[in-house]
Design a protein around this ligand. Sequence first.
Ligand SMILES: Cc1cc2nc3c(=O)[nH]c(=O)nc-3n(C[C@H](O)[C@H](O)[C@H](O)COP(=O)(O)OP(=O)(O)OC[C@H]3O[C@@H](n4cnc5c(N)ncnc54)[C@H](O)[C@@H]3O)c2cc1C
Length: 473
Amino acid sequence: MSQSSTNVGSESGEKFRRAVIIGGSMAGSLTAAAVAPHFEEVLVLDRDEFPQTPQQRNGVPQGAHFHALLAAGRNAMDELLPEFSTLAVKMGAAELDSTADVMRLDRAGWSPRFSSPLTFIMASRPLLEWVVRDRASAIESVSFRPRHEVAGLLSENGAVTGVRLADGTQLAADLVVDASGRRSVAPGWLDELGYPRPVETLVNAHWGYASTFVRVPQDWDPGFRALACVPYGEGALTTAAERRAMAMWVVEGERRWILTVQGSAGDYPPRKEADLKEFVGSIGVPELDQALSEIEYPERILIWRDTTNRMRDYAGSAERPENFFTIGDAWTAFNPVYGQGMTVAALSARALSHEIAAHLRERPGTLRGLADRFYDRTSELVTFCWNSSTALDYRIPGVEVTVDGRPQDQSESAGSLEFSDRLAVWASLDKDRYVKYRETTQLLRSNDWLRSDDVVDEIKDRWEELGALLTPR
Ligand SMILES: Cc1cc2nc3c(=O)[nH]c(=O)nc-3n(C[C@H](O)[C@H](O)[C@H](O)COP(=O)(O)OP(=O)(O)OC[C@H]3O[C@@H](n4cnc5c(N)ncnc54)[C@H](O)[C@@H]3O)c2cc1C
């Protein structure tokens, strides 16, 4: 069955007939909100069932692992979906002060602790996603259709005109956006239509995760509401700590926290409780050992190993159909260790909401050119996050880099962290500077100030002094 779709233009409030978004998770829901003002109907198709309450679901298996939402991502979500934060907090998400409530250990040592206005939301991934979908579905023109698996694209005259579902149904649309996540098969769909596949770059530093929800004692006060130990790299306290990391923080639910443990270079955290405790103990941090000795492990430990950074260079493709683009992990999936994916999806969707409005002011009545405009506008952000994620992974022994399946020599790419390590120490020596630094890592502030001559000169002048403050201590 083919449903008709009429392009009725968009001048003076007129709307296009239908947008189809493939995938009803973070990127899909936010994209629906971004384009909704310009369509009579926005259909969000997902092959999975959506739970009635925040729960782990099959379509998003990564949901069992910790998901940090950067402050910039939260702001973008609030802009696209009014009441996002309010509802999340109402449903139990914790709002934490990023310096007072978080105890963080990295190469610069323990982060300074003091009250600051920089807050962020902590919750389980199922809760964050549920709230995003709930807020998007409150938009009148947006409908979510579970159990709708997309199997291909329809096209005519150089433009995508709809989607083909796995059951053979065809659904016409004026705009189709692929938000089907890390395992998107859109390159194959483009291939079927006669378009080139985007160049695919993979950077795999062989990270693995083990996560579980733990039960903490009644009225537990370990001195933090979030604890994170990030990998030290060279000079760590023990050899294992060079490759290992962990985070534990409060999520919704009484006495329920999430514990996620990570290892790189194929040093994957184990699935059994006793082995996991030993793995974490090897990081060599007494404060962490003490905290872990006080908690219980009532739930299963789940593991995850698909942590490859994967970029499909749609933006650089020589030829693409009009009225179709990708967003979120379907475009670029980052090594999750650096916590960027949901935020990049939200910032991209917010950029889309601005770009589609600007596009239709300049070219009323047509969506042709929107995909170019979207990729132009968001490539800088995606590339920035890609570079920061892969730069760290390039330094990990055994990292594998391929471009369209061809192995690449990455030895040239492995930059030194000597400067950035000292920068982190320098930032931590002053409260205002530290807040500014954290705002930069939360993508709220450009990192231009960290590259200014004044800052670079100061780091160089104090090179030995700052170096001496790096761990081990
Ligand atoms: C272990 C792990 C930990 C992570 N931790 C963090 C973190 O701390 N912070 C952070 O910001 N990000 C984190 N991420 C990344 C984050 O999960 C993603 O960036 C984010 O979910 C991207 O959302 P998405 O909507 O693009 O894709 P997804 O959330 O993966 O959703 C894709 C959706 O598409 C649907 N779908 C797939 N194929 C089809 C089809 N053919 N037809 C219809 N529907 C389809 C699926 O059912 C699913 O609902 C982590 C990822 C992993 C793997």
